[in-house]
Design a protein around this ligand. Structure first.
Ligand SMILES: C[S@@+](CC[C@H](N)C(=O)[O-])C[C@H]1O[C@@H](n2cnc3c(N)ncnc32)[C@H](O)[C@@H]1O
Length: 253
């Protein structure tokens, strides 16, 4: 068993509590827009890492010959199986020790999970290991360098310096806290692991209670669609999406 923190969603109805009972249609669509753009159109063997109950499964089941959802929570995997049946495989386990063979997949994605992971170096090396050379990883990173966090820091409401590259651990959010990452810190980890960054998107740019009151979801989604690529160089949205390719380790020897 891993000594790392595990955010245990067993027994927690993430689907109902976080998505269905809350006003998060905009955030859900923002994720989907990014995934539609970044995931390969055709894949043989694909895995959704920390994929939960398969919220995003409709974005990949028709693109992949075989799709697996991997997650620690058996509660969520059961929900995924109930909804998607034979269309998906499920596998339970811990991200720090993935129960998959080396070079097993030609594509993977990991969305809304980095905030639970304390050791992104280990997580990234596991993701690299299970991908074939030339394989694609679409990874969403919880960004510590967002505009609201900058404002909170400048006005003295937060001591967390969003410009400091070290990960931040927001202990107050839940029992394990949330980890947020500086884009440069993560980009360094990706490159050192042997990935090349081939595309970046700025996602959930308008995640704000005030904006949600001012604009209809449809309008925010339209704005989001236009902003994801244009704002990517600034890297100040709460979610930064990376499309990575696994470089062939033999080529560098
Ligand atoms: C916020 S949910 C995101 C689920 C899904 N990717 C989505 O976007 O709807 C985070 C997921 O990470 C999983 N998780 C947390 N720690 C884990 C670990 N150590 N190994 C595998 N999965 C883990 C949780 O069970 C949960 O399903």
């Amino acid at each position: 068993m891993s000594k790392q923190v595990i955010s245990d969603y067993n027994g927690y109805d993430y689907k109902k509590i976080f998505w269905e009972d809350a006003d998060r249609k905009y955030e859900d669509m923002a994720d989907r827009l990014a995934i539609r753009r970044l995931l390969p159109k055709k894949m043989d063997k694909f895995v959704d890492i920390a994929g939960g109950y398969g919220r995003l499964a409709k974005e990949y089941i028709n693109r992949a010959k075989s799709a697996t959802i991997f997650d620690y929570s058996k509660t969520e995997l059961k929900q995924a199986k109930e909804e998607f049946g034979e269309q998906i495989h499920t596998k339970a386990g811990d991200i720090y020790n993935l129960p998959f063979k080396d070079d097993e997949f030609d594509a993977l994605m990991m969305v809304r999970a980095t905030h639970h992971f304390k050791d992104m170096k280990k997580v990234t090396s596991e993701l690299y290991r299970i991908l074939k050379p030339g394989g694609i990883a679409v990874i969403e990173v919880a960004n510590k360098r967002t505009l609201p966090k900058m404002v909170r820091y400048w006005t003295g409401r937060s001591k967390i310096n969003p410009f400091d590259k070290k990960p931040s651990h927001l202990k107050s959010i839940d029992k394990d806290g949330f980890y947020n990452y500086h884009p440069k810190y993560m980009e360094d980890i990706f490159r050192k692991a042997g990935f090349e960054i081939i595309e970046v998107l700025s996602v959930s740019n308008f995640r704000s209670g005030t904006l949600k009151k001012m604009f209809k979801t449809k309008t925010l989604v339209k704005m989001e669609k236009g902003a994801q690529k244009i704002l990517a160089p600034i890297r100040f949205a709460p979610s930064i999406y990376y499309k990575l390719v696994k470089l062939d380790p033999k080529a560098s020897k």
